[in-house]
Design a protein around this ligand. Structure first.
Ligand code: FNR
Length: 367
């Protein structure tokens, strides 16, 4: 039982001290804006706000869920409260990390609780998809989902899909049978929006279509090219077989840029583009490709661990100014207009998408 809690702590330590990023890019280097010499707008009039699940946000950036329930709940609590203060200040949404530890040990709830410092933040709770499978011993349903959201006064619930990570760790939950059916049942009764999120291996259009068909409200593509959970498990592996397996799958998955295109092409769901988003130009490309938000996790961890709210805000403001500048240089006054500017897709991303979707039709209609 202590295991989950220790595991979480190890994850944060590895994320801080080692290189846990994918060795491959997230694909946005293959996506190009066409520079506009006559933007015909004033940079000052650019509006970066977006709407999502009935709420309006000042900037199209989402702080992706990372933690909670660690041993010494102080660490996780500090991280979440620091991120929450930044999110409150900027009026952007944020998620917390997996609440499995809280379901098991209700006394860890405070490490997820941020309402005292962020009364208005759009907050997203977090549970894992394997917990909803029909074969898992510790099976969750409506009760646990409600507990996750209501204990921390969240506005929505994220269900993380992480078969890659679970499959390369010795103690992993590799039971995934019946998850879709269980989520469909949950969705029918659950009064809060549900966001299905990957955690670094991307969401295909096939999976996205299924999620849309059961009424899931949004998808965080959590694509390949940023934090690699197989990479994290590589450092945690106890023997050579485990290390070899994790190393082999370090760069497994669908790149973030590709996943955004597939999900936008095949569904109408709002998209959060997470996975290796490290600058505002890539973020602007994700928005132009049809995402509502760019999501960020790893870069915010370092200042958040130190309780450095200004440090978190500084990074986010840099992204915001870069997004704004990119929008100016393509003449987009707002995100809606950004989805109409021409995009050129080259290289690996183009080759992939040409085999998977009607690329010209997607490029014409990314709204
Ligand atoms: C994560 N992520 C994550 N996701 C989730 O749904 N539940 C979780 O508990 C966690 N925990 C977690 C811890 C840490 C330290 C990191 C860095 C990340 C995944 C995260 O939300 C995101 O999808 C990926 O990290 C990809 O984004 P970046 O890190 O490449 O910006």
């Amino acid at each position: 039982e202590e295991l989950t809690i220790i595991r979480k702590f190890e994850h944060i330590e590895h994320c801080l001290k080692r290189n846990v990023q994918a060795h491959v890019t997230n694909g946005f280097e293959d996506v190009h804006f066409v520079h506009m010499s006559l933007p015909e707008i004033d940079k000052d009039e650019i509006d970066l706000s977006v709407e999502f699940l009935g709420r309006k946000f000042d900037y199209p950036i989402f702080i992706a869920g990372m933690t909670g329930g660690t041993k010494g709940s102080q660490l996780a609590g500090r991280i979440n409260k620091t991120l929450a203060k930044a999110a409150q200040e900027l009026n952007i949404p944020m998620g917390v990390g997996s609440q499995r530890a809280m379901i098991r040990k209700p006394e860890t709830w405070e490490s997820y609780y941020v309402r005292d410092v962020a009364p208005d933040v759009f907050l997203v709770g977090n549970l894992g998809a394997p917990q909803f499978s029909e074969t898992i011993r510790e099976r969750y349903g409506l009760e646990e989902a409600l507990k996750a959201v209501e204990t921390i006064q969240a506005d929505a619930l994220a269900i993380h899909m992480n078969p890659l990570q679970e499959s390369v760790q010795p103690e992993g939950d590799t039971q995934y049978r019946g998850v879709l059916k269980a989520l469909a049942e949950l969705k029918a009764e659950f009064p809060y929006p549900i966001i299905a999120k990957e955690t670094g291996a991307g969401v295909s259009m096939e999976v996205a279509v299924r999620l849309e068909s059961i009424g899931i409200d949004a998808i965080d593509v959590g694509g390949l090219g940023g934090t690699s959970w197989s990479g994290v498990e590589y450092y945690r592996a106890k023997d050579e077989i485990g290390r070899d397996l994790a190393l082999r799958f370090w760069d497994w998955g669908i790149k973030t840029a590709i996943s955004v295109a597939e999900v936008r092409y095949a569904t109408e769901l709002p998209i959060i583009a997470t996975g290796g988003m490290r600058d505002g130009i890539a973020m602007a490309k994700a928005l132009a490709m049809g995402a509502t938000f760019a999501g960020v996790a790893l870069p915010l961890l370092k200042p958040a661990v130190k309780g450095d709210v200004e440090g978190v805000i500084k990074i986010l403001r840099r992204y915001i100014e870069e997004i704004r500048n990119a929008m100016f240089l393509v003449g987009a006054r707002n995100v809606e207009e950004l989805r109409k500017v021409p995009l050129v897709i080259t290289g690996f991303t183009r080759e992939w998408l040409e085999q998977r979707i009607d690329l010209p039709s997607y490029l014409r209609n990314r709204g």
